[in-house]
Design a protein around this ligand. Structure first.
Ligand SMILES: Cc1ncc(C[n+]2csc(CCOP(=O)(O)OP(=O)(O)O)c2C)c(N)n1
Ligand code: SF4
Ligand code: SF4
Length: 1308
């Protein structure tokens, strides 16, 4: 009920003004009056503009009841629940996304969005504020709609604009590319609109979520103005400038800032209040502009047509007709900047120079990098140089005169830095624009001095750009012949284009304002360190007069990865768009990091170092620490503190969460606030943050704060540590199948990257196409589990289920002949192997403690209580030796049918040790796939969690068997994976057909080869489509072909196609149900022999849990904050409706046998197969954690929430045989019980119990109805395939039956 009211309220707020808060007077237009042409005020002005639009041949807009002086922006009343946007400017710490979203929300009616890192948060902020009822400056609540893709978001944006709304969106990278077609349309129609973009790299040789300008440069041709912010403060201010300028200019704006660097950097900014924005928009100029935008909307009361087709006679002229808008846009931006300056005191220019008035050398740059250049400029000028920086904010439309005016006349040498790379171009876009500007100026005025101009690249994918790099750029300009087309910040030892390091400002020399305090915190993903530091910086920024800045860097693991928090605070404004170089304070929250990473390299000599360690005295620490680290400590002479934070956390009931303890210690040692005050503020922030989790959790955290400081010990560093010898260690484990290229990759690329030293790698070590060899995760050895399972031989019944369910392939059965156990470690106990063919063999279950994540799924799954979790420290050494020994035993893969639960686990998993979360529900499916068909797998993987845990360089969990065969894996994009997979399958099939043809021709031509080769080729030709036979013969053929390659060169050349591959298209529900559905549907209809595996977590897991069309009714997800009101899409029914698609719905943890059966059948089926896989995910918020995924999955099947079925079109229907088999035949148990175990359902139950009850009830009904339908289908009645009986008849508007019961369509 409340949801319905909310929805109605939202709609009404958007479409009509509340009494007394008139948004815009709706036009009471007479017929045939045209007000459809975009026409901005003639000149940029802050003075009230007359409501008159001069444009030759264009009638003025019809004013209706509107007057230019009317106040369109009502005073902001509190929304019903009392929430509102800030009404006064204030200083506040926030990141670039929030600072932008605040403005976008304040001035927009609607937003259409689609999640993409790092822009997603802007949409999420907007959605959150809307759900809280926050009003924009028009007194409305923004309507936020998540679309199925950015294509859809852009289409909807276009539509909303055409309907006269003030609409906005947030995106970047691939998302922005998907918007291109509509961007042309929006600009072509001269529509005011702002798109906020966290500029990001584009997926090329690899995907990267980090920041640069490749995406925005890929839309520079679409006719949108492009305004760039250089800092978090600017993101706030320029967002407003963009929204004002677009109204003035009637040209759409892309407002962009650097992804992650600005979008996720927390900095203290001065916010602009809604009252201030409102006052600006109340100016008659904007009143006019908004009214004009609305009045030229599509409206049947004063209709017009747009989007027509034009021919060669007029298209060109029409395109040129828009020139005046672009000609004036620059002035409008200047005017908007002046207006913002007038109310904030912050002055901006489209091109702004900073530096020596008589500078000889100038860097031109756009984005956050300009702040690093500013620091370098200050440093160099203070040291007698004459340099400056010209910061570009407005990239499009470009105004040459203004640019030239901003450039000091003294500048003889100019270097343009682009944060993008256009391979093959003659210079990057900003460089080309500046070069043309200078060249044309010199042509027009020969008296002007000639300037030397060069261009270079920096900062791709957030590569560090330091003041030192900027100095290197100035030094390049000093050369007699400065390098052109260079890179800075990397070492290019291939084409030798990188600049040498700066001598004037070496790395390590600080350019920060005096008194800035820098801190580094090394934490583990999901251990709470990042969250705690966000709170810390907010406490400092809000409770002291200091400026503050925070930035967080992560590695690619979904869980258990490394996080480093970079915090700065001090008396002066902090720019520094780069990582902390010299920390005053270093906290290492996990002692193992000291040995694994060079954590001490960025600490100031004499700084504070705090280590969370079990070894809390110098003697025990000395035994633990590697010599290299001790030597570093001796040289740095820090104030060293030790604390067993884990013990404190455990004692206070926080388990392994040490974040609160470490945060308290930070406040104590940094002295940033008086300790008493710091504790009070910390406790306040804890109460707020954990309120939702209940008073117990709050109390435990408070107790941890109280206990922290007394556990801290200060230790003196022994002088002897400085004299230690250090030896390099080589952690490469033995590898059964290791090509030289793989070993080289592991040594030269993977190991440095895993040690977080990838920044130091030169260009020459990389494969330019970004390819990664198989099996690289084997060297990671993360040891992130707190406890790992140990086998209790006496209880084991040898079912192999522990291995089957393990998401990380970290526990496996071993079989050994007694003779092979001679060199086994003493602790490697075994039992007699059971089962057919196992006689005389020994059996053991072995865990890899370094690779286990401690998820505990195996111990929960074991039906015989044969596994017990033990603390990792107690077993690490023993069990890792046992694991190494087990890895040397020969595989006994042929002993059992692989297509069985037990037999599948005797096959080596060819996907191991991925970076997925502990207990992830996706990985076991893919691991099983590799055990069933791994030696012939071709995988097309959609972007999503499975592409991140499955392919984050250098970690490639896909590995090879003893013959070197294994899955070949590729990710194209998020949206096109089905088509990509179809292409792979078609391409491979085509090449095999051609090979088959060649073989047949060769055999027919009586070729002179050995009888053995002839016979094998003939057998292959007869069975080349039957994998089981063809692949055996293919192996047999390899040595024969090698020997006689000269006789059959064309067959020899294609010999890798003798092997029959199995193509699998893998992706999440976001891909399959939403963005990739169009392609998926096409593949379903294609009849090709491909298999589709949908890992259904029922949300977009990879981007933080946004709603997809697979999200079940009543679940709370991002963009479904009030619980999803619509049912889950039935993808299986859609697929079955084709009739010739194999479809199965499986749940690995609920039925081990059914999933093996379904995968095997799907692979065998000679057409399209679709497997819908229930994948528990951390996003579900399971009570007790992911170790309960097995019980939860079973309950989901029992209650009918997740059905198990197989639809096999190859079965011939008759009385007893049916294509549709319902494997979960009965519904039992209480669905409500299941929902009680998952936070995604409980959030709503706590927040709005009545709505939850209704939605849960509806879900229950839908489950029951589907089960009834399935029972019919299982009995051969397919009369309503795919259509669940609906509970309510849809309202049919004009088509509703007329009296007498006729639908009316027959005309009666
Ligand atoms: C065109 C485009 N838009 C958005 C994204 C960002 N993105 C990457 S993965 C993902 C969600 C994946 O969700 P799903 O398919 O359900 O897979 P899961 O992560 O749950 O395994 C999104 C939105 C993208 N990569 N490309
Ligand atoms: S605890 Fe988890 S990761 Fe470790 S072996 Fe068991 S199932 Fe695998
Ligand atoms: S699917 Fe869920 S559990 Fe698995 S890696 Fe993604 S977020 Fe983690």
């Amino acid at each position: 009920m409340e949801a319905a009211m909310k929805a109605a309220a939202r709609t009404s707020r958007v479409t009509c003004a509340r009494p007394g808060s008139q948004v815009l007077p709706q036009c009471s237009r007479g017929p045939k009056k045209y007000a459809v042409f975009a026409a901005p005020p003639e000149a940029a002005s802050t003075a009230p503009a007359p409501a008159e639009y001069k444009m030759s041949g264009v009638p003025p807009p019809v004013p209706g009841n509107f007057t230019a002086a009317s106040n369109i922006v009502p005073s902001i009343a509190l929304a019903k629940d009392g929430t509102t946007a800030p009404s006064k400017s204030k200083k506040a710490p926030m990141d670039g996304n929030e600072s932008t979203a605040q403005i976008a929300y304040a001035v927009s009616d609607v937003s259409f969005i689609y999640p993409i890192t790092p822009s997603t948060n802007m949409g999420e902020f907007a959605d959150q504020w809307a759900s809280e009822g926050r009003q924009n400056v028009f007194g409305n609540v923004m309507r936020v709609t998540e679309m199925e893709s950015e294509t859809g978001a852009a289409g909807a944006l276009h539509g909303a604009l055409a309907a006269g709304s003030l609409a906005t969106s947030f995106t970047c990278s691939q998302g922005l590319l998907l918007m291109v077609p509509n961007m042309y349309k929006i600009s072509g129609e001269l529509t005011p609109c702002v798109l906020h973009v966290t500029a990001r790299a584009i997926a090329k040789h690899a995907l990267s979520i980090f920041g640069d300008h490749q995406d925005v440069m890929a839309v520079r041709q679409t006719g949108w103005a492009m305004l760039c912010s250089h800092s978090v403060q600017e993101a706030h201010d320029m967002a407003l400038v963009a929204h004002l300028a677009t109204l003035r200019a009637s040209v759409p704006f892309v407002h962009f800032f650097d992804g992650f660097r600005t979008s996720h950097e927390i900095n203290t900014i001065e916010t602009i209040s809604n009252d201030t924005v409102k006052a600006l928009l109340n100016k008659p100029l904007y009143v006019d502009a908004i009214q004009h935008h609305r009045s030229r909307a599509l409206n049947p009361t004063h209709p017009h047509q747009r989007g027509t087709a034009q021919g060669s006679d007029v298209y060109f002229q029409c395109a040129e007709a828009a020139n005046p808008f672009y000609d004036r846009a620059f002035d409008h931006v200047v005017a908007a900047m002046e207006e913002v300056a007038a109310v904030t005191g912050r002055k901006y220019k489209p091109y702004e120079y900073y530096g020596a008035e008589d500078a000889e050398k100038v860097i031109v740059i756009m984005g956050s990098g300009s702040q690093a250049v500013e620091e370098a400029v200050e440093y160099l000028n203070a040291n007698g140089h004459k340099v400056g920086v010209l910061k570009v904010r407005l990239f499009r439309p470009w105004k040459a005169e203004a640019f030239l005016e901003a450039l000091p006349a003294s500048a003889r040498k100019v270097c343009v830095l682009d944060r993008t790379k256009e391979s093959g171009s003659y210079g990057e876009p900003l460089y080309l624009q500046v070069a043309t500007t200078l060249h044309e100026a010199e042509l027009e005025d020969p008296s002007l001095p000639r300037r030397y101009i060069v261009g270079g690249r920096f900062g791709l994918a957030s590569k560090e750009f330091l003041p030192s790099h900027a100095a290197a750029v100035f030094e390049n300009l000093d050369a007699e012949k400065p390098m052109r087309d260079f890179s800075v910040g990397i070492v290019d030892d291939v084409t030798h284009r990188s600049l040498p390091a700066s001598k004037l400002l070496p790395v390590g020399v600080s350019t920060l304002p005096t008194g800035t305090f820098e801190c580094l915190f090394w934490g583990m993903g999901s251990d709470g360190t990042v969250g705690a530091n966000k709170e810390a910086i907010k406490i400092i920024a809000s409770n002291t007069s200091m400026s503050a800045q925070a930035y967080f860097s992560y590695d690619a693991h979904k869980s258990g990865g490394v996080t480093v928090s970079h915090l700065r605070f001090g008396p002066s404004k902090i720019r520094a768009p780069y990582l902390v170089q010299q920390a005053d304070y270093l906290a290492i929250n996990h002692q193992s990091y000291l040995a694994k990473y060079d954590t001490l390299s960025a600490v100031k000599p004499g700084g504070v170092v705090v280590i969370n360690t079990r070894f809390t005295n110098v003697e025990s620490l000395s035994n633990y620490l590697p010599a290299k680290v001790k030597k570093q400590l001796a040289a740095l002479k820090p104030q060293l503190y030790l604390i067993d934070a884990l013990a404190v956390a455990k004692a206070t009931g926080l388990g392994k969460h040490v974040n609160m303890v470490m945060q308290t210690v930070f406040f104590n040692l940094s002295g940033v606030l008086p300790m008493e005050r710091a504790i009070a503020l910390l406790k306040k922030s804890i109460s707020k943050a954990y309120e939702r989790k209940g008073p117990e959790v709050v109390a435990k955290n408070h107790a941890a704060v109280d206990a922290a400081v007394s556990s801290l010990c200060k230790v003196e560093i022994p002088a002897s540590w400085g004299e230690l010898e250090t030896v390099a260690v080589h952690p490469n484990p033995p590898s059964k199948v290791a090509s030289s290229s793989r070993l080289e990759f592991l040594e030269k690329v993977a190991q440095p990257m895993l040690a977080l030293e990838g920044d130091k790698l030169p260009v020459s070590v990389f494969s330019p196409e970004g390819f990664v060899p198989p099996g690289t995760t084997v060297i990671e050895k993360r040891a992130i589990a707190a406890s790992v399972p140990i086998w209790k031989a006496e209880n084991c019944t040898q079912c192999n289920i522990c291995s089957f369910v393990c998401p990380h392939a970290a526990i496996r059965p071993s079989l050994a002949a007694p003779s092979e156990l001679g060199s086994a470690p003493a602790t490697f106990n075994t039992i007699d192997a059971k089962g057919p063919g196992m006689k005389g063999l020994k059996y053991r279950i072995q865990v890899s403690p370094y690779d286990c994540t401690g998820c505990d799924l195996c111990t929960h799954a074991c039906p015989d209580n044969a596994l017990a979790a033990q603390p990792i420290n107690s077993i690490l050494e023993v069990e890792s030796v046992n694991w190494d020994f087990a890895s040397t035993l020969p595989g006994r893969t042929a002993l059992m049918d692989p297509a069985s639960v037990k037999g599948s686990q005797l096959q080596p998993p060819l996907m191991e040790f991925s970076g997925a979360c502990e207990g992830c529900g996706e990985t076991p499916y893919v691991k099983l796939l590799t055990q069933l068909f791994g030696d012939r797998l071709l995988i097309a993987n959609a972007t999503g969690c499975s592409s991140i845990w499955g392919g984050s360089a250098p970690s490639n969990p896909y590995t090879t068997n003893e013959e070197g065969f294994g899955p070949a894996w590729a990710n194209s994009l998020f949206e096109d994976n089905a088509q990509f997979g179809l292409g792979i399958a078609t391409g491979a099939a085509q090449r095999r057909e051609a090979l088959h043809h060649r073989v047949q021709e060769a055999l027919a031509s009586g070729l002179s080869v050995s009888a053995g080769l002839r016979d094998a080729l003939a057998r292959w030709a007869d069975h080349y489509q039957e994998a089981e036979v063809a692949n055996v013969v293919a192996k047999e053929l390899q040595p024969l072909l090698e020997r006689e390659k000269d006789a059959v060169p064309s067959i020899y050349a294609e010999r890798d196609m003798l092997h029959k591959p199995s193509t699998w298209i893998v992706g999440g529900d976001g891909w399959a149900y939403d963005i990739g559905f169009g392609g998926l549907d096409h593949v379903l209809a294609s009849g090709e022999n491909v298999n589709i595996l949908v890992l259904d977590t029922e949300v977009y897991s990879n981007t933080g849990g946004q709603r997809s069309k697979a999200t079940p009714m009543s679940a709370v997800a991002k963009f479904a904050a009030g619980g999803k009101e619509r049912p889950k899409k039935d993808l299986g029914a859609i697929a079955m409706s084709y009739g010739d698609v194999y479809v199965a719905s499986v749940s690995l943890h609920a039925s081990y046998g059914q999933v093996v059966k379904a995968m095997t059948e799907a692979e065998r089926y000679p057409g399209v197969s679709l497997l819908l896989c229930y994948a528990p995910c951390i996003m579900h918020g399971m009570t007790g954690g992911m170790c309960n995924a097995i019980d939860e999955s079973k309950m989901a099947v029992e209650t009918g929430y997740w059905p198990l079925y197989r639809y096999n079109p190859s079965i011939k229907e008759d009385q007893t045989h049916h294509r549709f088999q319902l494997d979960s035949k009965k519904i039992k148990g209480d669905l409500e019980e299941l929902l009680k175990h998952e936070n995604r359902f409980q959030i709503l139950a706590r927040k709005a119990p009545e709505i939850a009850e209704k939605l849960h009830h509806d879900l229950d009904d839908a489950v029951q109805a589907r089960h009834d339908r399935f029972k019919h289908m299982a009995a051969g009645d397919y009369s309503t395939p795919g259509f669940a009986p609906s509970r309510e008849e849809p309202q049919q508007g004009d088509d509703k039956p007329k009296e007498g019961g006729c639908c009316g369509n027959c005309g009666k």
